[in-house]
Ligand binder design. Structure first.
Ligand SMILES: Cc1ncc(COP(=O)(O)O)c(C=O)c1O
Length: 381
């Protein structure tokens, strides 16, 4: 039994039980989550593009199943370990978006391929193609691969158009590998705040991708799948119509980094901030300022301190006060919350925040309704 279940299982279904959670607690608003999932599913359907949401955001079999139920083909995983965790939990159809290259990891990949139906993995190097092909031959089941294209950020992917054609050709020459398509993820473009600026920059990158797709087609190597995109560019990418599937991740939760981006040029948020952190005031001895129990260990911090969603007067700000503590500062002349009061925060960056917790406390309104495990927590190998 998880710690969250031990402490909070008895609260499930009790009206108002969110207020009794021990804090800090990772809380997921179920109605908001479901509205976000439905909104993206409807959008994809209307634009005739498939969805394969990225599970790196939530690492949760429960959420993956909800996305698939709403129409997604499956989910993406950032790492082999995440794919193993979701596979163990019964989620089939997994695409691993980072290369798997070491002999020990390739052994595990081939094992997973033997166990689940729809596994795909990216490749971006000839030596990796050889290694995967050799391992798949031994196992006797073909491995489906997607060639990763570097969009210019030099994280992963083949760096040149001719290099892509060459690698795809090599993949097609391996009997034990199945060429499914290409991946193109423009990570740097996702968080450009201004819609017009984001649109112009992604259009430029899409022209580059189209040039590669034309070369592949001319060489008789047309990809079945063109996968990529993210929450920041999904709207623009779907209109451009080059991707056959979208790998959107963060839309399910919407952290602050994303919430300040105008995703659809509408000047209002499209998705809701479903992921929250409940904290409590543990010290209230300074006028206009209190200390709550959610510090550096309670959330990812590289994007700054969290926003206050509820529990403190509008305009309140936060400042980290160390590993365990956060200051909540009321606007000039206003009162801060009282001792032991609940303060609800929205994390600056969801993915690494989720990885700090073993469980989601799933709420409807202010009632705890379920506890879900963070299935792939820490499975980053
Ligand atoms: C390869 C890849 N695809 C898709 C995503 C999902 O992007 P987002 O969270 O911006 O929707 C990510 C996120 O980092 C990613 O690395």
């Amino acid at each position: 039994m998880s710690e969250a279940e031990r402490l909070h299982r008895h609260l499930i279904g009790q009206q108002g039980s969110r207020r009794s959670l021990n804090t800090p607690a990772l809380v997921l608003d179920l109605d908001m989550l479901d509205r976000n999932i439905a909104e993206m599913a409807t959008f994809a359907k209307a634009h005739k593009v498939n969805l394969r949401p990225h599970s790196k955001t939530h690492k949760s079999a429960d959420i993956a199943r909800r996305q698939i139920k709403a129409g997604a083909l499956g989910v993406c995983c950032a790492k082999l370990g995440e794919a193993e965790a979701l596979g163990e939990a019964g989620v089939e159809s997994l695409h691993i978006t980072s290369p798997v290259v070491t002999p020990q990891a390739i052994t595990r990949l081939i094992e997973l391929n033997g166990k689940i139906g729809g596994l795909m993995v990216v490749v971006d190097h000839a030596a990796n193609v050889d290694a995967l092909a050799a391992a798949a031959v031994k196992a006797g089941k073909p491995l489906t691969v997607v060639v990763d294209i570097d969009p210019g950020m030099h994280r992963t992917g083949v760096a040149t158009p001719d290099g892509v054609v060459e690698l795809v050709r090599k993949v097609t020459q391996q009997k034990s590998l199945k060429y499914a398509g290409v991946q193109f993820y423009c990570g740097r473009h996702q968080h450009i705040k201004d819609f017009a600026e984001r649109k112009a920059s992604i259009e430029e990158r899409t022209e580059y991708l189209k040039g590669i797709l034309a070369k592949l087609e001319a060489a008789g190597l047309k990809p079945g799948i063109v996968t990529g995109s993210g929450t920041g560019t999904h709207f623009i990418d779907a209109k451009l119509g080059v991707f056959t599937e979208l790998q959107v991740g963060s839309y399910v939760f919407m952290d602050h980094e994303y919430n300040i981006c105008d995703l659809r040029g509408l000047d209002r948020p499209t998705f809701e901030q479903a992921l929250q952190i409940d904290a409590r005031v543990v010290s209230a001895n300074t006028a206009g300022m209190v200390t709550v129990d959610a510090g550096l260990k309670a959330m990812a911090t590289e994007s700054g301190p969290p926003q206050v969603l509820k529990g403190a007067i509008e305009g309140s700000t936060t400042r980290f006060m160390g590993d365990e503590h956060l200051a909540v500062i009321a606007p000039e002349g206003k009162a801060a919350p009282g001792l032991a009061e609940q303060v609800i925060l929205t994390p600056p960056h969801c993915d690494p925040t989720v990885n700090l917790y073993e469980s989601y406390h799933v709420v409807k309104g202010d009632t705890l309704v379920e506890i879900w495990s963070v299935t792939g927590r820490g499975r980053s190998r």
